[in-house]
Design a protein around this ligand. Structure first.
Ligand code: XMP
Length: 320
């Protein structure tokens, strides 16, 4: 793509000019935006960039490994990988309120990030994968989840606390353009095409309930089966975001000779262009039945599967 190639070389030039000989730290979230930001900056300033990946243990199946492998092996970008999952789980113990979950995760994330940044001697610049819609949302919204999105997603407060200046090379781009830029930078198509994933991760997909390792394991397994079937059906790229939600409800079921009294799992899939509005994806009934059968057979702890047909608005994409 000619215009993206042009944009890329222009950005590389701008980053070099802005940063000079100083060091840059970039927080990786596992998502597309921070990955593209990091690879672009690496192209501009090479070893002056260090990435920090705070693994909160709330990612999808295998996601953390994929990120680490991609950065260390494919790109050879210096990467600090902190497995902080025990710490996050401990601090989230007993917490059911969604905004509290978000606040705890956001604060811990910054604490761990700051500690790691200090360990490597700090940096003059912090790189962030802020997109154009984030820039708009942060000024036009006065409540609801968008404000919270900023506070976690963009490591809010850290630049001031650590006296760092910001590098935000994606500020003028929309999501689809970030994906094009990622391709231009040679990121693998399956990585670039990944569905968006919220900063607080699976913690907000166990709604109205506390987070435990057991619930996370159930949800991760079910979510992976759902996404696997979506990929096999060739529908992954037609969908903006698809995921499973583990509900705080138990219902009766029959398994073999016995009765079960296990959890309900919600499935969500939406089409959207920017996440601001969304429509439920119209799967075939046969597809949904196949997913439900697999999940109930393969995931212990789930006895019923339901599909969410709500649009945004009035619904939201996430369940909490
Ligand atoms: P909603 O649920 O508000 O989500 O319709 C819109 C988009 O934002 C994501 N989302 C979040 N992202 N931190 C994030 O980084 C959050 O707390 C958060 N909550 C929602 C959501 O996955 C969707 O892409």
């Amino acid at each position: 793509d000619w215009s993206m190639a042009h944009f890329k070389s222009e950005m590389v030039h701008k980053i070099k000019k802005q940063v000079g000989l100083d060091r840059v730290i970039c927080g990786l979230s596992g998502g597309v935006d921070s990955a593209v930001t990091a690879v672009l900056i690496h192209e501009a300033i090479g070893e002056q960039l260090t990435c920090i990946f705070v693994d909160h243990g709330l990612m999808r199946l295998n996601e953390a490994d994929e990120v680490v492998r991609l950065f260390r092996e494919a790109y050879n970008i210096p990467l600090v990988h902190v497995d902080a999952s025990k710490l996050f789980l401990r601090e989230l113990e007993g917490v059911t309120d969604p905004e509290k979950k978000r606040k705890i995760i956001g604060k811990l994330f910054i604490d761990v990030f700051e500690a790691e940044a200090k360990k490597i001697g700090g940096a003059a610049y912090l790189a962030q994968g802020t997109l154009y819609p984030d820039v708009i949302e942060s000024v036009s919204f006065t409540g609801g989840p968008s404000v919270t999105i900023k506070s976690h997603h963009n490591v809010g407060g850290l630049p001031e606390r650590m006296n760092m200046k910001l590098v935000e090379p994606l500020r003028e781009l929309f999501k689809d353009e970030v994906r094009l830029l990622g391709k231009e930078l040679g990121l693998p198509p399956h990585f670039v095409g990944r569905h968006p994933f919220p900063g607080p991760g699976l913690a907000i997909r166990i709604p109205h309930d506390d987070i435990t390792q057991e619930k996370l394991d159930i949800l991760r397994k079910a979510d992976a089966i759902y996404l696997d079937e979506i990929r096999k059906a060739g529908l992954y790229d037609a969908i903006w975001q698809a995921f499973a939600v583990l509900l705080p409800v138990r219902t009766v079921g029959v398994m073999g000779d016995g009765r079960t009294y296990d959890r309900v799992l919600g499935l969500r899939a939406v089409t959207s262009t920017d996440g601001m509005t969304a429509e439920s994806y119209p799967f075939d009934h046969a597809f949904l039945a196949r997913v439900a059968t697999r999940i109930i057979n393969e995931v212990k702890g789930v006895s019923r599967v339901v599909y969410d047909v709500t649009s945004k608005p009035p619904g939201t994409i996430e369940w909490e």
